[in-house]
Ligand binder design. Structure first.
Ligand code: UD1
Ligand code: CA
Length: 450
């Protein structure tokens, strides 16, 4: 929003006990990115946008995730869990700096969008002291109800405090709020009185705003955008919504996805032009797929750069550190890890390439294995440009195959091979004429005599 500064406070001090996990709730992932990261990426960023994250005691892991995702984030610890208003005041020091807009969001609502944050800020410009994000809940049980009169927000009533009639209201508090900066701190500090749960409720801010003769309003959004995650079932629902969004965005950007509902993407997946994804493909975190690449069915890709016009799969597994140059072909039942392939390399069948560098145009035959691990250390295999590795070869690292060199099928290569050389490791074949027939006759005779 032009000209207005903001502070966003993300509350992430929740225990998340209903997740039944040793991992803190906000570090669970949707589309291979933590719930917290989704919220932090949607919050206002750039010049004039400050960010504070409130974490529970001894939650260095949550604080570290916050600063990993947004290096501009400051973190605050809420020592006791005394309610949402109490949590906000943990970041009092940041609020006191006096941004134009103070935004509050929860770390467990990963589907919130940047556009919604901006919509929430708009009424502040026109003089509102507080804007609350509301949604029509299919089942409002458990949410705070938004009580509206003549277009103005009058109160937020928590489930426990709501009357029979108020519980029938389906307009609910999403938890995201925007305060006009100039009155925010005084307002929140007034929420001194503990209510029914003995907690300090941020939602009480609405009535305080009214008592001061100021205005509070509601901005509505879709329920799907503000689903809070408290259980593994809700985590799975959020994943489904996020996957649908990512696929739609990819399709809109021109990616061909043959059977969209079978493809899993990550929040950070990057696509070039004219990319095609076949059925049942899993794209994990840290993947970029360049122009004209085709990912065939049943492939699994994590932290890999797929170059232009590359063909992957079907049934390929690309693990972290894989980088494929233009026109590379990786075929069925090929696994790669920390493998850098220059343009035009072919690895078409049944192969493991780990900790390797392969020069342009090299051909790696079926069943080639880079033996990169001796039980203690990993070692590197380097294959020169234009080399030809015959089928079923084992390359025992550390080893270097020169450019233009040939490796005879079935060889176990333990020493470096010079450029343009042929290396074969193979015993002479012993041929015994007529042995097969004699063997069969003997056994047939034994059977009859029984
Ligand atoms: C809250 C709202 C409710 C709203 C609902 C939407 C209040 C009082 N109630 O209820 O109106 O409909 O969210 O999902 O605000 N937190 C802290 N420290 C605390 C307490 C909470 O950091 O001391 C954080 C939690 O980690 C969570 C968020 O604040 O991210 C909301 O707290 P939670 O206890 O889940 O509130 P709800 O009962 O869901
Ligand atoms: Ca909640």
């Amino acid at each position: 929003m032009t000209g207005r500064t903001s502070l966003t406070i993300v509350l992430a001090a929740g225990e998340g006990t209903r997740m039944r996990s040793s991992l803190p709730k906000v570090l669970h992932q949707v589309a291979n990115q933590s719930l917290l990261a989704h919220v932090l990426m949607a919050a206002p960023q750039g010049p004039g946008a400050a960010l504070a994250v409130v974490v529970g005691p001894d939650r260095e892991d949550v604080a570290a995730e916050a600063t990993r995702v947004r290096s501009d984030a400051s973190t605050f610890v809420q020592r006791e869990r005394l309610g949402t208003a109490h949590a906000v005041l943990a970041a009092k020091e940041a609020i006191a700096k006096g941004a134009d807009d103070l935004l509050i969001a929860f770390g467990d609502t990963p589907l919130i969008s940047a556009a919604t944050f901006e919509r929430l800020r708009a009424p502040l410009k026109d003089g509102a002291a507080l804007t609350v994000l509301g949604f029509r809940a299919q089942d409002p049980t458990g949410y705070g109800r938004l009580l509206v009169d003549a277009g103005e927000l009058v109160a937020i009533r928590e489930q426990a405090d709501a009357s029979e009639a108020e519980r029938k209201v389906d307009l609910c508090n999403a938890g995201v709020m925007a305060f006009a900066g100039k009155s925010a701190l005084a307002l929140i500090e007034k929420i001194g009185k503990a209510n029914s749960k003995g907690e300090y409720y941020l939602t009480d801010a609405v009535e305080i705003v009214r008592s001061m003769g100021l205005k509070a309003t509601v901005i509505e959004t879709d329920e799907d955008e503000v689903r809070g995650i408290n259980t593994k079932a809700q985590l799975a629902e959020a994943e489904a919504i996020m996957q649908a969004r990512l696929r739609t965005a990819a399709l809109d950007a021109g990616v061909t996805i043959v059977a969209p509902e079978t493809v899993h993407l990550s929040a950070d997946t990057r696509f070039g032009k004219d990319v095609m994804i076949e059925q049942y493909v899993v794209v994990g975190p840290g993947v970029s797929i360049a122009d004209g690449a085709v990912i065939h069915a049943f492939s699994h890709i994590v932290q890999a750069d797929i170059g232009k016009k590359v063909s992957v799969g079907p049934y390929a597994r690309l693990r972290p550190g894989t980088s494929l140059g233009e026109g590379v072909r990786v075929g069925n039942f090929v696994e790669m890890k920390a493998a850098k392939l220059a343009a035009g390399v072919k690895v078409n069948h049944l192969t493991y390439i780990g900790d390797s560098e392969i020069g342009a145009g090299a051909n790696i035959g079926a069943g080639t294995i880079t033996c990169n691990y001796d039980g203690f250390n990993k070692a590197k295999t380097i294959i020169g440009a234009g080399a030809f590795v015959g089928s079923n070869s084992s390359l025992v690292a550390p080893v270097k195959i020169g450019s233009g060199a040939y490796i005879g099928s079935g060889s176990v290569i333990t020493r470096d091979v010079p450029d343009d050389a042929l290396a074969v490791e193979r015993n002479a074949v012993a041929t015994n004429e007529g042995w097969g027939k004699r063997f069969r006759d003997k056994h047939a005779g034994l059977k009859k005599s029984k």
